[in-house]
Every structure is written in C-alpha cells, then in structure tokens.
Design a protein around this ligand. Sequence first.
Ligand SMILES: Cc1cc2nc3c(=O)[nH]c(=O)nc-3n(C[C@H](O)[C@H](O)[C@H](O)COP(=O)(O)OP(=O)(O)OC[C@H]3O[C@@H](n4cnc5c(N)ncnc54)[C@H](O)[C@@H]3O)c2cc1C
Length: 316
Amino acid sequence: MGEFETLKQQFPRVRRGVPLKKHTTFRIGGAAKYFFAARTSDELESAVRTAKELELPFFLLSGGSNVLVSDNGFPGLVIQIKNSKFKIENSAVRAEAGVQMATLVKETGKRGLQGLEWAGGLPGTLGGAVRGNAGAFGGEIKDSVLRVEAIDQKGKRRMFSKKQCKFSYRSSIFKERGYIVLSATLQLKKGDKKNIQTIAKKHIQYRKEKHPLEYPSAGSIFKNCDLAKTPKKMQEHFKDVIKMDPFPVIPTAVIIARANLPGLRCGGAQVSEKHPNYIVNRGDARAKDVLELIAKVKREIKNKFGVDLEEEITIL
Ligand SMILES: Cc1cc2nc3c(=O)[nH]c(=O)nc-3n(C[C@H](O)[C@H](O)[C@H](O)COP(=O)(O)OP(=O)(O)OC[C@H]3O[C@@H](n4cnc5c(N)ncnc54)[C@H](O)[C@@H]3O)c2cc1C
C-alpha cells in the first residue's frame, strides 16, 4: 500500500496537494503533499505517530499566523491543530491547543475573568501562543499558565507545570524542544467585567489603527531588541523609545524606521510604512520575496547599528 493509501485508511479526511497559502495569515506558500486537520487530541497524537512510522516529515500548523511557508510547499504531512474544546470553571480555564485566543479573550471577558486582556486582537490559537509565549501590551501568556499538557520527543503525553514550561521571551520548552502542546490550564482572577472587556476592546482598536491589518502578514517579523544585548552607542541613540516587553527593549519597528527602510520592497513583499516591523503581502508576494526582504533589512540594520535582528516568525 502506498503512503497516501495508508494515511487515508487511518485518517479518511486526509487530503493531497493542499495549498498552504489558504491556511496562513501571510497568504503565502506552496502546497502540502498531505494535509490533515486533527479535530481531537487523540487524532493529533495518532497523526504524529503515523507520520513517524511512515518516516514522513510532518509539520504542525495551528492558526498559521506566525509562519512563512516556502513557495515549494511542504513535502510531507501538515497536521492542522483543530482540537477546540474548552471549559471555564470558577476562574480556571482548561482549553485545548486549537482554541482561538480570540474565543478565550471573549469568553473569559464575558465572565469577568481578568488576565487575557492583553491578547485582545491577537491572532492564532492557545497552543501557538503557549509555544511562542505570545505577548503584547505588557502581558504574556505565561502570566496565566498553570500547567500544559504536551507530547514530548519520545511521543509521550506529559503534564508540565508552569516552571517546567521554561517560558522566556517568545519561547518555551515546547518551542526549544519541538514538543506538541495539546492543552493548557490557565488561572485567571475575578475582576470587573466591564473594565476587562473595555481593555481588551481598546487593544483590538489599537491594532486596527496602528497595524497594517489591511494587508496579509505574519505580524512582527523580528523580535524586539533586548536592550542589554545592544551596543552602548545604540542604547544612547534609542534611549527615547525604550519600552518594557516585558523587560527593557528597543522596539524593532523604531530601529527599522530610523534606518529609513519602511516602504522597501522585494517583489510583492513590502516593509510596512504603518508598522515597520511588519512585512506585508501587497498582493502576490512569494516566500522568496519575503526572505530576500528579511535579508536586506537585517543587512542594513547590522551595517547601520551593529545589531543582529532575530526572526520571530517560523520559516517552513
Ligand atoms: C496581525 C498579526 C498580529 C500579531 N501580533 C502578535 C503580538 O502582538 N504578539 C505576539 O506574540 N504574536 C503576534 N502575532 C504572531 C502570532 O499571532 C502568534 O505568534 C500566535 O501565538 C501564533 O499562533 P498560531 O496558532 O497562529 O500558530 P502558527 O502560526 O500556526 O504556528 C507557529 C509555530 O508554532 C508551532 N505550533 C503551533 N501550534 C502548536 C502546538 N499546539 N504545539 C506545538 N507547536 C505548535 C507551529 O509548528 C509553528 O512552528 C501576530 C500575528 C499577526 C498576523
């Protein structure tokens, strides 16, 4: 029996040649050889096991809001994480990895639970947020995480306490070791419903005004620059814009703006003029264009300020 037939027998919904551009917010990327949307944690676990048994490369895709997929697509099985059950009891939320952050912000806000307001307008899923320790407006997902259930490198389901998650700036043990997040328990606090909902809405509004949401993108391309790791001369030059994220950083958007790079284009990819740490797809951008633009921006910034920008997005 061929690869596809074996997959099909076990996962009748598996498909061939699925364009990944439809599943990423960048709207870029070639086709996945095979594509399977796992609707439960058990389906997700068995799809990973089967891919390993078939020695088939696999890639996990959730909301697709932090990835740049190659123009050549992916020569293996893309497993889309779609497990999406959640339960809110008292002030604890237990949610599967595929639940959209927007759903959690809305549902916890409705119940007057405080802790996820920072995520108002954050695209993507809980699993993606936990893996990358997503953050905005001074908050991070790690602030609310109590424990996480994940599959480790041996394929074993394990429970990780917050400490074992080893959260750091836009990272965690799950990202560092390639563990698969299945679900997480968040501990929130009772608060004032109106106030919580107003803050979350304010963040959504802020993003609409300040971010180039009119074009497809993957959000910020680069991490902000850790102040402590930048040259003294640069610290001096940017001292008026240092912010907490949640430790002192120089916003990369300002660095790119002061290097006069907004508007720079490679093919259909452009450094946003509205938010210079975004690269936007102006219609027909290819991954090749984005990669070329990333390389150009990094080169210019290195020459001008002597600092190496580090990508925040996953490049497949
Ligand atoms: C307009 C816009 C604004 C954004 N603003 C912010 C922001 O303010 N702050 C911020 O931190 N990010 C921001 N992002 C980036 C993105 O929303 C976050 O990184 C988000 O948490 C990614 O989640 P996702 O479900 O889309 O993950 P995906 O993009 O699908 O995946 C990202 C990576 O995580 C892996 N992954 C996904 N799910 C799992 C899982 N369950 N277990 C293990 N690995 C997994 C994937 O394999 C991939 O390598 C923004 C993006 C956009 C498009």
